[in-house]
Design a protein around this ligand. Structure first.
Ligand SMILES: Cc1cc2nc3c(=O)[nH]c(=O)nc-3n(C[C@H](O)[C@H](O)[C@H](O)COP(=O)(O)OP(=O)(O)OC[C@H]3O[C@@H](n4cnc5c(N)ncnc54)[C@H](O)[C@@H]3O)c2cc1C
Length: 460
């Protein structure tokens, strides 16, 4: 609980209804999607930029750490309250400040739900390209802080590639504006790219100018079944070597297919299927069939069992059934899913999948791997029983081996979920000392008293 004098300061600024201190209210903001909880000292809800500035200044005066929070759907503990901190919830800052379809941009506050931006854009023939699976409820502030991505990012790029400008508040209350409203920009340092993905540790983002792109006239899908992980990964490599870039290239490994079968969601998959690719193409109405033909040709090869195409919404929904049942199916394997989000150069995906198979067997941990194969980005889920200490020890060893393997293959710890509190322990394996040192200096420059989301992103 905050001391009464500090609570009184925030109440004077925001009004009592936007300062929560009751234990039952605080409990609602004690966790994100990480299976952990830390009760914050208080939760405050700004409604505009100027209030964020005042909150940060007051927090500085009282040496009070702040945990920024958008929708709390992050799965690395980014919005998990730092012990002793106050949550700054951005859910009341959800205005679309400006929509300029002619210049293909939109200016939004951080609390706007991601899919709402895409829906608004679509009504004008445009699209907000980044499409995280959580888009129906996550907020753009969280996406900006994590550099979120989704299936479409193989063709269109991640959140960072769609941000033109930001308005933000630094850790000492200074206000900055980065970038410009233009798609070309070469003035000063590129602070926009620095703040995107900074996980609320450098600044609180209060406004974002986002780039929109023309919405495709048509989308078509392929579901492609293979006899092995190796055959599917070889097909991914062939697709990514040829010139037609798919608008999605998703992979499900042997363990994913087993889980889907046990769950009863594998209807229509050939019996010998051990791995599946879900592929999409989008573009002009007449061009999509040509793209599908070119991509299908690349998908053909050793170990292919079946290619099914879907051009109508009904056909596409049918093809995606198995993929949609995956998250429910996985939950049947074990009660806890430790979700890794590793990424390797796309030509090394086959090596990674083979290594995952071997390490799962060696550590006796069920590893279910699926994800955005076109980017080399796999969600590797370690399925465990949290009460089984011996199994949890094996899972820890397996996790470390996974990270070391990914780094050996030239990859990185996280493709899209970020580092938060849960992956900090591995950051020093990927970044060398001078680079980490520079990042710590940047943190001090942006947040001199270290009050913005301490204990996240960088190791101590
Ligand atoms: C079912 C499911 C599917 C998912 N699928 C995907 C996916 O396909 N792709 C993907 O990338 N992720 C995915 N995620 C993870 C998660 O949805 C993303 O990380 C998302 O970007 C988090 O958004 P949020 O609004 O929930 O943010 P939160 O979890 O509330 O916060 C995320 C981070 O942003 C910081 N933050 C929030 N607001 C601000 C602000 N205004 N200024 C500065 N920092 C701020 C927080 O401190 C935290 O570090 C998925 C999660 C779930 C549960």
């Amino acid at each position: 609980m905050l001391p009464p004098d500090i609570t009184a300061d925030f109440t004077a600024l925001l009004g009592a209804e936007r300062v929560l201190t009751a234990p039952e209210d605080l409990a609602l903001y004690a966790s994100d999607e990480t299976p952990k909880a830390v009760t914050p000292e208080a939760v405050v809800f700004p409604t505009r930029h100027e209030e964020v500035v005042e909150i940060v200044r007051l927090a500085n005066r009282h040496h009070l750490p702040l945990t920024p929070r958008a929708a709390g759907s992050g799965n690395v503990g980014g919005a998990l309250p730092t012990p002793g901190s106050m949550v700054v919830g951005f859910e009341c800052m959800r205005r679309v400040i400006e929509f300029d379809p002619d210049n293909r941009l939109i200016v939004v506050e951080p609390g706007v739900v991601t899919d709402e931006i895409d829906r608004l854009a679509h009504a004008h023939g445009l699209m907000y390209a980044p499409d995280p699976g959580s888009g129906a409820y996550c907020r753009i502030g969280g996406n900006l802080a994590m550099n979120a991505a989704g299936p479409r990012c193989v063709k269109y790029g991640a959140t960072r590639d769609h941000v033109l400008a930001l308005r933000a508040v630094l850790g000492d209350g200074r206000e900055i504006r980065t970038g410009a409203r233009t798609t070309k920009y070469a003035t000063g340092y590129d602070l926009t790219r620095l703040l995107v993905g900074s996980e609320g540790t450098l600044a609180l983002i209060t406004e974002a100018t986002l780039r929109l792109v023309p919405a495709p006239e048509r989308i078509a899908n392929l579901r492609v079944c293979y006899v092995s992980n190796r055959a599917a990964c070889a097909a991914v490599a062939r697709v990514m070597r040829q010139p037609v870039v798919p608008s999605a290239l998703e992979f499900m490994d042997r363990r994913s297919i087993e889980a889907i079968r046990e769950y009863g969601g594998a209807e229509g998959l050939p019996a010998a299927t051990q791995a599946v690719l879900m592929v999409a193409a989008d573009g002009d109405h007449d061009d999509v069939p040509r793209q599908i033909e070119r991509i299908a040709a690349a998908l053909e090869g050793e170990g292919l069992l079946e290619i099914q195409s879907g051009f109508t919404p009904e056909e596409m929904t049918r093809l995606w059934t198995a993929r949609k049942s995956l998250s429910h199916a996985v939950k049947k394997i074990a009660p806890l899913k430790i979700n890794e989000d590793v990424v390797v150069p796309v030509m090394r995906l086959g090596d990674l999948v083979e290594a995952i198979d071997r390490m799962g067997e060696r550590h006796r941990i069920p590893l279910v791997a699926f994800g955005h194969a076109g980017n080399g980005n796999l969600h590797v889920n370690l399925m465990v029983h949290p009460d089984d200490a011996e199994e949890m020890a094996r899972a820890r060893a397996c996790r470390r081996e996974l990270v070391e393997t990914v780094l050996r293959l030239g990859g990185s710890l996280s493709g899209e979920h970020g580092i938060g509190s849960e992956k900090r322990q591995f950051v020093g394996l990927e970044l060398d000392a001078p680079t980490l040192g520079l990042m710590r200096e940047l943190k001090r420059l942006f947040d001199p008293d270290g009050i913005l989301n301490p204990g996240k992103k960088l190791p101590d």
